[in-house]
Design a protein around this ligand. Structure first.
Ligand code: 6R9
Length: 661
């Protein structure tokens, strides 16, 4: 793999941190040395940023790999760390959440308010028979109750399983059944694209098939009519009438905090299990280090949904454990208009913005005039997560959102890793657009070849993690074997030994390369890598080449079976807003784009075919579903489309495809 990748992607631009940010950064360059000198002592110091009821006896127990235990013997309460300790320190009046509903209604919750609501919810859950170790499914829109529900579970030691509010009854049923959840917390609905979108009927359908569910707690958000059964309880009649007095009990550092299902590329979702002490240590530290969060002055906004891991770690646990003031937004970026995000940044004077490449590329498509219409001068740091960010999207983000000055942190991590693992440090790193740069202090990331050997600088292969980390997944819920098989059996001791004699190596499932300076570039899921005439070519690199053309906002690339080359590159490109694509202009653009890719990456990467499309199929968390595009490119009927955000997109694309080449 290494050889073919060596000549791809010649991105050489590099941006040092702004001097003032560098001078005042929470974390400076010495953190790398500190962690390199004694990794466990480093993590022990980060655990010390939290309030523990009982000190741990051992930092890491790795005697039964790949099952890790962190901060063994230690005890703490996660909700206490996110709420009580801030209130006790006199910061109860500080705003925790500036909430903005899609229709424009707003709520402001201070730390004291969120603490009260969480305590009431904890009492209500206890009243409904939920005890430590029970599982609770949460199926809510982006409203403050979602954070309170998660924290209430953490407070009483119940394990939450948040299911994204856009998922179907089947998906919800499977997740409730897999975890045998006892309680479901939901709402009548939420607002989406300007209208109420019901949730309760989906829960009713699921609960009918889930005998484990004893009660359903329902928040009233839209006020629409809902069917009612004897299992149902209104949140405002149960939680909001409960006592606000609740003393948080400490739980073991390895007590299960939550399960979050990730579907990955294969069908059956995996219940990723996270525990208490290590998870909170690392989410809390990375929020402090990567976002340089200053709780007294920053207004932080992560645009993810709470149904994804980004919402868990960087809306709930990371920011709240640091005492941050944050914005939480219920709806979509273009309701009621395409400037909604920038309007929110302007209104709340957001200083730190954390969003996804899909959002940035959508904004590129809509045009830079839209952000230019708002005052974004409060911003001081920009973050990206979810997919590789194409260099041009990175530059656009810095230029049109970040005034051409702000640092952009491209953060690589997964549901499984729990926290950010590879990222620039905003006050230290000279960032390169498109690269996640280096492993954070205390993290051992590497790129290896097929044999599991570390590749030299300039080489490419598979991203691995060589040492356990505090917020690592502990297993797949109910399936230890699948945990070992999926993540630990590709390389190292889990693959049957190897020369290293017993080192366990975590296989992330992403392709990556090291550039000449040893910086890491993520190249997409390994299942998406194309094999063209014997050369491995990453979808990400061809997509980035396409996006570097001034007429293209977004692109997706797949390998389709080809009689001569094995696989051939088929690309789908969304033109930028103002680009003419009718008739000859479209044909001309396609020819230009094919040549542009060949010039940028070499003739081997020239797409056999390019389609201009209005949209791309994406998962509900915004990741491109290349599997479906492969079906189209190979003229197959479409596979499973249940996780697709908008199913009409595929019809549009398929129609265009059969219409000509
Ligand atoms: C946090 C999250 C994980 C997968 C991961 C990778 C992709 C996430 C990325 C990135 C390149 C980044 N990914 N961040 N790829 N650069 N900065 O997204 O978790 O939903 O579990 O997805 O997302 O492929 O393996 P999750």
């Amino acid at each position: 793999m290494s050889e073919a990748l060596a000549n791809l992607l010649n991105e050489t631009r590099q941006f040092p941190p702004p001097a003032e940010l560098a001078a005042n950064a929470n974390v400076k360059a010495d953190a790398y040395d500190e962690a390199a000198t004694d990794r466990l002592a480093f993590w022990e110091r980060q655990a010390g940023r939290l309030a523990w009821s009982k000190q741990w006896d051992q930092v890491l127990d790795w005697s039964n790999p790949p099952f890790a235990k962190w901060f063994v013997g230690g005890q703490l309460n996660v909700a206490y760390n996110c709420l009580d300790r801030h209130v006790e320190a006199g910061r109860g009046d500080k705003v925790a959440i500036h909430w903005e509903g899609e229709p424009g209604d707003t709520r402001t919750l201070t730390y004291a308010d969120l603490h009260k609501l969480t305590c009431q919810a904890a009492n209500a859950l206890t009243e409904l028979g939920v005890t430590a170790g029970d599982r609770v499914a949460i199926y809510l829109p982006m409203i403050p109750e979602a954070a309170a529900a998660m924290l209430a579970c953490a407070r009483i030691g119940a394990t939450h399983s948040v299911v994204f509010g856009g998922f179907s009854a089947d998906a919800l049923t499977n997740r409730i059944q897999d975890a045998s959840a006892k309680l479901v917390i939901t709402a009548d609905g939420g607002y989406r694209r300007g209208k109420p979108s019901a949730l309760k009927p989906t829960v009713d359908e699921a609960v009918a098939k889930c005998p484990s569910v004893e009660h359903v707690l329902v928040v009233r958000r839209t006020g629409e009519d809902v069917a009612w059964s004897e299992k149902d309880h209104w949140w405002h009649e149960t939680v909001e009438t409960a006592s606000p007095e609740h003393t948080a009990q400490p739980f073991d550092a390895e007590h299960p905090l939550f399960i979050l299902y990730t579907s990955g590329t294969t069908a059956r979702p995996k219940g990723i299990l996270h525990t208490t002490g290590g998870y909170l240590t690392q989410t809390s530290y990375t929020t402090h280090a990567v976002f340089d969060l200053k709780p007294d002055t920053d207004v932080y906004w992560c645009t993810a949904d709470i149904g994804w891991v980004t919402g868990h770690s960087y809306i709930v646990y990371g920011p709240l454990s640091n005492g941050a003031t944050q914005v939480m937004y219920e709806g979509t970026p273009d309701t009621p208009h395409k400037g909604r995000f920038w309007e929110i940044v302007d209104k709340y004077k957001v200083t730190i913005l954390y969003t996804a490449p899909t959002l940035i590329r959508t904004m590129m498509k809509w045009g830079e005039d839209i952000p230019a219409g708002y005052d974004l001068s409060s911003l001081r740091l920009l973050g990206s997560v979810g997919e590789p960010i194409n260099p041009e999207a990175w530059i656009w983000y810095r230029q049109h959102v970040g005034r051409g000055e702000l640092p952009v942190v491209d953060t690589w991590w997964q549901t499984e890793t729990g926290s950010i693992m590879i990222s620039p440090l905003p006050g230290v790193t000279e960032a390169k657009p498109g690269s996640a740069m280096t492993a954070l202090p205390g993290i051992a990331a590497d790129v290896v070849d097929d044999q599991g050997q570390s590749v030299p600088n300039g080489g490419g292969g598979y991203l691995v993690l060589r040492e356990p980390w505090p917020s690592m997944l502990r297993t797949i819920w109910g399936d230890d074997n699948r945990f070992i098989e999926t993540y630990w059996s590709r390389f190292g001791a889990g693959a049957g030994g190897g020369e290293s004699g017993g080192d366990w190596v975590y296989f992330a499932g992403d392709g990556a390369k090291k550039d000449d300076d040893g910086h890491i570039w993520l190249l997409g899921r390994v299942d998406d890598v194309m094999l063209v005439s014997g050369h491995n070519i990453s979808t990400t690199e061809v997509e980035s080449a396409l996006v570097s053309h001034p007429s293209v906002a977004e692109a997706a690339v797949v390998g389709a079976t080809d009689p001569t080359t094995g696989q051939a590159i088929v690309a789908f490109a969304i033109p930028r807003g103002s680009v003419e694509t009718g008739g000859d202009a479209g044909e001309q653009l396609i020819a230009d784009l094919r040549n542009h890719v060949a010039r940028t990456l070499g003739p081997i990467a020239k797409p056999r075919q390019i389609m201009l499309v209005p949209e791309l199929p994406k998962t509900r968390s915004g990741k491109i579903m290349r599997r479906l595009l492969r079906d189209v490119a190979e003229h197959r009927s479409l596979g499973d489309v249940t996780t697709l955000q908008d199913s009409s997109v595929m019809e549009l694309i398929a129609k265009g495809m059969s219409g000509g080449k």
